[in-house]
Design a protein around this ligand. Structure first.
Ligand SMILES: C[S@@+](CC[C@H](N)C(=O)[O-])C[C@H]1O[C@@H](n2cnc3c(N)ncnc32)[C@H](O)[C@@H]1O
Length: 327
């Protein structure tokens, strides 16, 4: 028998992924990156600023060096550019809300991934109001690149009324309103999220053109008379039969000729490209029994529910845009 030249390195690296993730969450929670925002510090200085024992400060800081988020020269630690930009609270491109959500809500939920896989059923627990706020603000950050890119990729200039279904904190609607003074928007959200959205957009630009309506996509009337409808990162939450019901309900509310924009992590037919979508399918399965769907599946769902599939185009990073028309 010939000896295999395989090594288990890849398995080790993948299995240890949770250690890197949890170390990152904790480093952010104890304020390591903020403490390095103004420049390099020694462990003793860091420890006193973040009020964590010196030995464990060094353990966390070295772990962050090992994954490339912190640089170390001698005993001086500094943020790597990516941490300085996104984790130090030093720029508007702040990704800490996403880390809070993934650490405190998503990470514990993933303990139940096996149950979700074995049953095909979601495994979420009800969220407190504070957790809902954390999730919604984290979500806004994680989809911010798509929200910002959408009005550049799709022209809303011919539209008057946008319906953003499951619109979270309204980031997509606000991006469209910001570029289109003729447009008004309705944000349709579950009551617990609508409360967060209302608080979040209070006093922001274009608030007077954004109407927030509380409701459930499956149980409540979907607002009518909108000539452009948006489902951003919503279809992936549900299994195919629920997505079909949802798209049919949305079609019933849409006038003929209305455009439907589906922003999602649409994949290739194998569901493995983009690779990130294949991993996030675990989150979608846990949260709503959903998954990342392929563009072909999107086209099928649309055809089954009275929509005409128009085209698929890139949006931002792994997220892309499917366009359809109420035909
Ligand atoms: C993944 S988030 C996307 C939020 C936003 N569209 C974005 O892309 O950032 C899904 C949103 O759908 C909302 N949602 C889930 N189920 C819903 C339902 N049955 N009715 C209304 N909204 C729902 C959630 O509250 C959540 O804000």
């Amino acid at each position: 028998m010939t000896e295999s030249s395989e090594t288990p390195e890849q398995i080790l690296r993948i299995s240890a992924g949770y250690m890197a993730a949890k170390f990152l969450f904790v480093a952010s929670r104890i304020g390591l990156f903020e403490a390095l925002a103004q420049g390099s510090r020694t462990v003793a200085q860091l420890s006193s600023v973040i009020d964590v024992p010196e030995r464990s400060t060094r353990i966390v800081a070295d772990a962050m060096v090992s994954v490339g988020l912190v640089n170390r020269e001698g005993d001086a630690y500094s943020n790597a550019p990516v941490a300085q930009t996104f984790l130090a609270g030093a720029t508007p491109a702040d990704r800490r809300p996403m880390l809070r959500w993934w650490d405190q809500i998503s990470y514990p939920t993933w303990q139940r991934l096996e149950a979700a896989v074995r049953t095909g059923e979601p495994q979420t627990a009800p969220l407190s109001a504070a957790e809902q706020t954390m999730l919604s603000l984290g979500m806004e950050v994680s989809t911010s690149a798509s929200a910002a890119a959408l009005p550049g990729r799709y022209s809303f200039s011919a539209h008057q009324r946008l319906l953003d279904l499951g619109g979270g904190t309204g980031s997509f609607a606000r991006a469209a309103l910001g570029r289109n003074p003729q447009l008004s928007a309705t944000l349709f959200e579950l009551p617990q999220t609508a409360v967060v959205a209302a608080r979040h957009v209070d006093g922001l630009a274009d608030r007077d053109r954004l109407n927030i309506v509380e409701g459930d996509l499956f149980d409540d009337p979907i607002p009518k008379d909108h000539d452009v409808l948006l489902l951003a990162n919503v279809i992936h939450l549900f299994p195919p039969d629920r997505s079909r019901i949802l798209l049919s309900r949305v079609r019933e509310a849409a006038p003929d000729g209305a455009r439907l924009l589906l922003v999602d992590l649409w994949t290739d037919p194998t569901h493995t490209d983009p690779a990130f979508a294949a991993l996030l399918s675990g989150e979608f399965l846990l949260v709503g029994g959903g998954q990342a769907y392929s563009v072909e599946e999107a086209a099928e769902l649309l055809a089954d529910t009275g929509w005409r599939f128009d085209e698929h185009q890139p949006l931002a990073g792994p997220a892309s845009l499917v366009l359809a028309t109420a035909g």
